[in-house]
Ligand binder design. Structure first.
Ligand SMILES: [Zn+2]
Length: 260
């Protein structure tokens, strides 16, 4: 891993443990969610996502994914309810996707892979900043949404239209007034479990909230994700795809469901 982590054979998920031993820790993500082995928990509350479109700042190719970043200096865009207590602020959202439509999601459902997965990353405001929260057991809450092949998704299109300006690694462009709640499915039933970041440093600080219902994406829209590059300007072009970590061992954890 002399040139940093990535998703290639030489620096991919199988190698991350060399520099980040927590890769083999007790609460790693993603996992395979087996609905028949989850437990309905009547105490789980409904999710409340309040997002202010004016907090979206920019869209970035960070060399691993495409990410939209939000202003998080006030409680303008927050997640409350669900399995968490207190208030969590939206920091960013990003995606993971495959080289073809038969793979790409990080979580799987009874072994089923989706072509992509959206992650909305929030941090617990009981800590002073995202950076402080990221290493705490209750520091982060990530809402995961599967993308499933179907009709063109107009809510995704504004995002995809910005990709031409951020093809290469370490490029970004302003992305104002975007409401991420338009990317959520109509039904917010979810599974939840204690896990980790799915990229190095793989910190075990994430309360995962994975939506049961997926959102649609067309094959052409999936193609647009794959037009992004892992490589930077001046490097040999390398298409960004298969930027997902496979499911990790459950190690005795229980997955709870908000629905029967
Ligand atoms: Zn992610």
């Amino acid at each position: 891993m002399s040139h940093g982590w990535g998703y290639a054979a030489t620096n991919g998920p199988d190698k991350w443990g060399e520099n980040f031993p927590i890769a083999n820790g007790p609460r790693q993500s993603p996992i395979d969610i087996v609905p028949g082995e989850t437990a309905f928990d009547a105490a789980l509350k409904a999710l409340t996502l309040k997002y202010d479109p004016s907090t979206s700042i920019d869209i970035l190719n960070n060399g691993h994914s495409v990410q939209v970043t939000f202003a998080d200096d006030t409680d303008s865009s927050t997640l409350t309810g669900g399995p968490i207590s207190g208030k969590y602020r939206l920091k960013q959202f990003h995606f993971h996707w495959g080289a073809s439509d038969d793979k790409g999601s990080e979580h799987t459902v009874a072994g089923t892979k989706y072509p992509a997965e959206l992650h909305l990353v929030h941090w617990n405001t009981k800590y002073p900043s995202f950076g402080d929260a990221a290493s705490q057991g209750d520091g982060l809450a990530v809402v995961g949404v599967f993308l499933e092949i179907g009709a063109d998704n107009p809510q995704l299109q504004k995002l995809l239209d910005a990709f031409d300006g951020i093809k290469a690694k370490s490029t970004q462009t302003s992305f104002a007034n975007y409401d991420p709640s338009t990317l959520l499915p109509g039904c917010l039933d979810y599974w939840t479990y204690d896990g980790s970041l799915t990229t190095p440093p793989l910190l075990e600080s994430v309360t995962w909230i994975v939506c049961k219902e997926s959102i649609s994406v067309s094959p052409a829209q999936m193609g647009k994700f794959r037009s992004l590059l892992f490589s930077g300007d001046g490097e040999a072009p390398c298409c960004m795809m298969d930027n997902y970590r496979p499911p990790q061992p459950l190690k005795g954890r229980k997955v709870r469901a908000s629905f029967k």
